[in-house]
Design a protein around this ligand. Structure first.
Ligand code: FAD
Length: 501
């Protein structure tokens, strides 16, 4: 497999290379079974940790460490800082920006063994857990007390809550439960010099000075390692209902969304949309032979999936049905179905959640997560298609095998995905340049929820002005003066280098 290289990046020569003395230290601190070392970064033992989920980015690390507790993380970072060894924290490695894998030979600190539920407060619903707890496991744990995690995404079976926080992941229910910046109450973070920043507050209100945890939410492992999390979990809804609708235009999607806010406002928990090519992806690559739930002769141009969460199933179902009827009567939706049971609910969600994985089955898949004013969202997909079709680059045997659009309408967040026929830096760059220039021109953000990682380092200035970048670099230099934490990520290299001198 060839994986995208980074021609403009050079390994920072100030970092030490690993030697036997380092490996001996890590084995002594963590134990033999918590250290995976292989000089060949492509070996079966290690290649998986070096490669990102979308198979676009691959580093050449020969060492993966598996700490079991905060004290071990602290010892690792202190030692790495003193010896100037670069590290990359890794959660579930489902990130979309290449942030969780090394660029060169950074030591991978894998958080999967830190997976304890420390405390769940049955009255408030506040959970305090290790950062390496898998999101779905956390949801199952709080559900025993009648709560749910306020974030949900297709990768929930693999991603860690610490990874979610480090990327400030958005997900499917953002429209209802909001950002992790609001739901996270406290964090325990190990700083690069080994200091443990114990700030695991379980208070909903606390205005004592700077709210430092916010700095680490979305910092993509560049400032420290999150080891513990305190998070507010809302009441688990007694009733979840779901409706899938087929529509003829993106205009109609917007009308359906506005009406959903009016008719279902207090119970609306998700409003997702995708274009007709996404259906082809899922039915070809993920659910072959499975009948799509809306059986029209030809596919509609767009689909929307609406979820409600409330306390009375029949009441919510009646509301959803009457909403759907009104859309059909006014010719906004062309067809629709309301799920009748949990099995049908899961199968409807599958058509949405399997889109990204389906795309990876065609070839190396590039993903964008831009945000902008809602009316503009799909215009970006149309303009991108038109631009590359004109160049003859889109089609089954062409450079971009498939190009699709889907996203979280309510959050103004669009995902464009392109599956390519080969791993080629230039192919990615051409698409990046078009999508990000278009987005910046329309006052959007180059990353709504996936973060900058390695994939967007050159494009951060498209969304952030120089004084903001300068302050970010100063903060980075203050917290991580030796630059060991996930180097080459977020900032274009020159910002880090100039700040570190
Ligand atoms: P990783 O990928 O392991 O790491 C991500 C970043 O966080 C890296 O920079 C890493 O260094 C850092 N990091 C990880 N753990 C720690 C830690 N403990 N301390 C410090 N830094 C750390 N994202 C969304 O926002 N919304 C979606 O709807 C969504 N859907 C997805 C669907 C699929 C099928 C897939 C594969 C991905 C999806 N993602 C989505 C992206 C991804 O799941 C999220 O970014 C997730 O939050 C990453 O968590 P992780 O544990 O896998 O982190």
């Amino acid at each position: 497999l060839s994986v995208t290289k980074y021609p403009e990046l050079k390994r920072d020569s100030r970092f030490q290379s690993l030697n036997d003395k380092h490996i001996d230290y890590f084995r002594a601190v963590l134990g033999e079974n918590s250290v995976v070392y292989d000089k060949d970064p492509e070996s079966d033992a290690i290649v998986h940790y070096n490669t990102d989920w979308f198979n676009l980015y691959r580093g050449t690390s020969s060492l993966v460490l598996f700490p079991s507790d905060t004290a071990q993380v602290s010892s690792i970072l202190k030692y790495c800082n003193e010896n100037r060894l670069a590290v990359v924290p890794q959660g579930g490695n489902t990130g979309v920006s290449g942030g969780a894998v090394p660029v060169f030979d950074e030591i991978i600190i894998k958080m999967s063994r830190m997976d304890r539920i420390r405390k769940i407060d049955q009255v408030s619903g506040i959970a305090v857990v290790d950062a390496g707890v898998i999101l779905e496991n956390l949801d199952n744990a709080v559900s025993e007390h009648g709560y749910m995690v306020p974030i949900d995404l297709g990768a929930k079976g693999s991603c860690h809550i610490g990874g979610n926080i480090s990327t400030n992941a958005g997900g499917l229910r953002y429209v209802r439960y909001g950002s992790l910046h609001g739901n996270v109450l406290g964090l325990e973070v190990v700083l690069p010099d080994g200091t443990v920043l114990e700030n695991l507050s379980t208070l909903r209100k606390d205005n004592t000075g700077y709210d430092l945890k916010q700095l680490f939410i979305g910092s993509e492992g560049t400032l420290g390692i999150v080891t513990g999390v305190s998070i507010l979990t809302p009441q688990r809804a007694k009733a979840t209902n779901l409706s899938l609708i087929g529509l003829d235009s993106y205009e109609d999607i917007q009308k359906a969304f506005v009406r959903a806010k009016a008719d279902l406002s207090d119970i609306l928990s998700a409003f997702e949309f995708w274009d007709k090519d996404c259906i082809e992806v899922v039915s070809e690559k993920m659910l072959p032979g499975v009948q799509f739930p809306l059986s029209s002769e030809k596919p509609y141009e767009f689909y929307a999936l609406l979820e409600t969460q409330g306390s009375r199933k029949e009441h919510d179902e009646a509301k959803l049905e009457s909403y759907l009827e009104s859309l059909l009567e006014d010719n906004i939706a062309k067809d629709g179905v309301v799920s009748q049971d949990i099995k049908q609910t899961q199968s409807l969600w599958a058509w949405r959640e399997m889109i990204p994985e389906g795309m990876t089955k065609y070839g190396p898949a590039i993903t964008y997560d831009v945000s902008m004013d809602i009316p503009l969202l799909y215009k970006l997909v149309m303009d991108t298609r038109a631009h590359f079709e004109k160049k003859g680059m889109i089609g089954p045997d062409k450079d971009y095998v498939k190009l699709i659009g889907f996203g979280h309408v309510g959050d103004g967040n669009l995902h464009i995905m392109a599956a390519t026929n080969r791993n080629d830096y230039d192919l990615q760059k051409q698409l990046d340049d078009f999508v990000y220039t278009w987005t910046a021109k329309h006052s959007g953000s180059v990353s709504a929820e996936h973060g900058i990682g390695i994939s967007k380092i050159g494009y951060l200035p498209y969304s952030k002005k120089k004084p903001v970048l300068d302050l970010m670099a100063k903060l980075k230099a203050q917290i991580d003066p030796r630059g060991i934490m996930n180097p080459y990520k977020i900032f274009a290299n020159k910002y880090i280098l100039s700040a570190l001198g």
